[in-house]
Design a protein around this ligand. Sequence first.
Ligand SMILES: N[C@@H](CCC(=O)N[C@@H](CS)C(=O)NCC(=O)O)C(=O)O
Length: 212
Amino acid sequence: MKIYDWHFAPNPRRVRLFLAEKGIDVPLEEVGTPAFGLKPEYLAAHPEHAMVPMLELDDGTCIGEAMAICRYFEELHPEPPLMGVDAKDKAIVEMWERKATEGMLSMSEVLRNVEKGFVDRSLPGYPGQVLKQIPELVERGNARLEKFHRVFDAALAKNRFITGDRFTVADVTAFCLVDFLPVVGMPVPAEFRNLHRWHADVAERPSARKTR
Ligand SMILES: N[C@@H](CCC(=O)N[C@@H](CS)C(=O)NCC(=O)O)C(=O)O
């Protein structure tokens, strides 16, 4: 078993951080390149998915999508539970994880349409295809990201973690986003004090330190 990784990128970190919370070690294979992309050999072997993270099982089965990989390990290693503990809690955690993913996509919408390294590659997962940047999407992405800040800051005004007292996969996704934002010149504005307090708290967790 191994996980194809791109250490710099926020989506593979979601899986690494999730596994670190559970104390599971899975070998990683780095397939990122300094040229803001993935190695040609990896893309050639996985032309349909063409993104990371990707889990490859010993029988050759490949599972892409960060949340699908997390679900696999949650089923095999239920403790500590990171995806909710009963029907209501599972639904709430999934709702917030999806909102956090929406935040991740907002950041990506801005970055992929502004960063020179992504000229002609404005969406991940389309190797060999020219997908030109669309400058108008930057404004829309920023509006989506501002909503992420507002909504998560309000939730964190009430709770230590996003859904309550328990650290969940919603925190994993949101943290990987918030921690990445300054790297790409979009730090969370200072006014969102609850988000900053939560970020500082989560950044001290061994899982966050291990996956830096
Ligand atoms: N929906 C996917 C998103 C994965 C994704 O966007 N991965 C990026 C890295 S953060 C990627 O593989 N990019 C490849 C590229 O830019 O060519 C997931 O949740 O795993």
